[in-house]
Design a protein around this ligand. Structure first.
Ligand code: ADQ
Length: 490
């Protein structure tokens, strides 16, 4: 631990925090530091496996050094007792902020995951508007803005992540922060009409104009965001390279598609090591059967019912297939207390139960359905040994599983990726077998096509998918984002 301040402290405590953060991140001293902001941070000392965003940010900061500000994981009684700790681990300084318990619920489950997540994934029908949630979302964003103000210097670059912090750009401007501030939105941005279903849509759009630049996953997201911001305040938009510049509410912002990728070399290292014992024993039980894999959080956006229905239809078309394949679907329960997730879980379990009841024999079960969390090495080795990867979200910012599946395949004899056309990944990964996940027959047919695909065609498709994967490697993605931020700062 190198410093602790309560959020009520001002003046010299603020200067001390800034100096401390600067002193312990010497690598970027001359050019200004990078300050990343996200809901969760992934410290190297943590025992739990980080999610997509945390993994990507950890990799990015590991390469450059910098400060990473996020929630400490501590809930406190009220704002006055919330502490902001700075501590150094490896190349990264962590700024960890306590949050008041009463605000956290409304911020995280209430507004971020109960309103913004469904609307941004095209499901406004699933959004739940509870009184007080928006106020809690704002309160947490203000607390983050106050914490950032304590450490940010003029030359620093602030890189904010995701839908938890849409208003942070405006709040930092209100506090007179002179640094360049960028947002990267990891989830899709919807059409204007869908965005407008949010009661606070205009306030959010205005606050987002406080950012200098906003990165999104795809050209479709960039267009949706630019058109929406312009439309909300009758502003104008200009094409700028692959992105846009929007002028509205007396501000302007640049919007760029910056598709995220994976740490290709890191993942290849994981699969070059010997597999965990459970994977070896699973492979023995396959006994020559073909293996299909799905790796998702149990989230309604991930299209799990559609995927399992597609597999169900594949088996029903010719019941002899049940003895020739094994589908492994790992879907750990996520946000389990949000009602829409509970409903999806029941739906998925009912379909899995139907498949098991109809097709399990005394000697073989064609579906392994796990709602337990499985570690990264096991997941990677399972993907490497699968003949088919099924990634069928009904909406997804990018979907890193699609990229991970391709990256761990043996180039000489690769498996086939079946990919939803609604995943951000599909914009560039056109050599996958693209499907509309709502079309159950098409999913079943894609499984058949994938399992029958000749090796030469599999190799050609894999080669071209690997070009996309190398092009968006996490280190390149980081460089692109930081270059974009630096350009916006000029
Ligand atoms: P997520 O919705 O979490 O991320 P995704 O990109 O598919 O989704 O996965 C993130 C990471 O979690 C991957 O490394 C994956 O291997 C791992 N993971 C997912 N399910 C797992 C499971 N069942 N067991 C073990 N590991 C699992 C959000 C957006 C995405 C976007 C990312 C990054 O929703 O669209 O791609 O951020 O920007």
């Amino acid at each position: 631990m190198v410093g602790t301040w309560t959020l009520g402290e001002v003046g010299s405590a603020r200067d001390t925090a800034r100096e401390t953060a600067r002193a312990i991140t010497p690598r970027l001293e001359l050019e200004g530091r990078l300050i990343a902001v996200s809901n969760r941070v992934a410290r190297p000392s943590a025992t739990t496996s980080p999610g997509g965003l945390a993994q990507a940010l950890g990799d990015a900061l590991h390469v450059r050094g910098g400060t990473w500000i996020g929630w400490s994981g501590n809930l406190v009684a009220d704002a006055a007792s919330a502490e902001f700790d700075l501590l150094a681990e490896g190349e990264i300084v962590y700024g960890l902020l306590d949050l008041p318990a009463e605000d956290f619920q409304g911020f995280y489950e209430g507004y971020a995951n109960g309103v913004l997540w469904p609307v941004f994934h095209g499901r406004p029908d699933l959004s739940v508007h509870e009184a007080g949630d928006y106020a809690a979302y704002q309160a947490v964003n203000r607390a983050f803005a106050d914490a950032i103000a304590r450490v940010a210097g003029r030359d620093d670059t602030i890189w904010v992540h995701d839908y938890h912090f849409l208003p942070l750009g405006g709040l930092l401007r209100e506090r007179g922060i002179p640094s360049c501030v960028g947002l990267f939105l990891h989830i899709p941005f919807p059409h204007t009409g869908v965005f407008r279903t949010i009661p606070e849509a205009e306030a959010i759009a205005r606050a987002m104009m406080g950012y200098d630049t906003i990165g999104v996953q795809t050209t479709r997201d960039a267009r949706n965001l630019a058109e929406t911001l312009a439309a909300m305040g009758e502003g104008t938009l200009l094409r700028r390279g692959e992105g846009y510049e929007v002028f509205v509410f007396g501000e302007h912002v640049r919007i760029m598609p910056l598709p995220i990728g994976i740490d290709v070399a890191g993942l290849r290292d994981v699969v070059s090591a010997p597999p965990p014992a459970a994977v070896s024993s699973f492979c023995r039980t396959l006994g020559g059967r073909r293996s299909l894999i799905g790796i998702d959080r149990l989230d309604y956006s991930k299209g799990l019912p559609q995927k399992l229905q597609g597999f169900y239809r594949y088996l029903q078309t010719d019941p002899r297939r049940a003895d020739k394949v094994v589908m492994t679907q790992i879907a750990p329960i996520s946000r389990g207390t949000v009602p829409a997730y509970e409903k999806t879980r029941r739906e998925v379990e009912a379909i899995a139960g139907g498949i098991a009841g109809e097709f399990t024999s005394l000697t073989h079960n064609p579906l392994n359905f796990l709602t337990r969390a499985v570690d990264r090495a096991t997941v990677a080795h399972l993907m490497a040994r699968a003949d088919v990867g099924l990634v069928t979200p009904i909406a997804d910012g990018m979907n890193l599983v699609a990229k991970e599946f391709v990256a761990v395949q043996d180039p000489a004899d690769p498996g086939v990726l079946i990919l939803s056309e609604f995943a951000g990944a599909a914009e560039a990964m056109t050599s996958a077998l693209l499907v509309n996940p709502h079309d159950i027959e098409a999913v079943a047919a894609a499984i058949e096509t994938a399992l029958a695909m000749p090796r030469e065609q599999r190799r050609e498709r894999h080669f071209s998918l690997m070009e996309v994967i190398h092009d968006t490697d996490i280190s390149r993605w980081t460089e692109r984002c930081l270059t974009e931020l630096a350009t916006a700062a000029d």
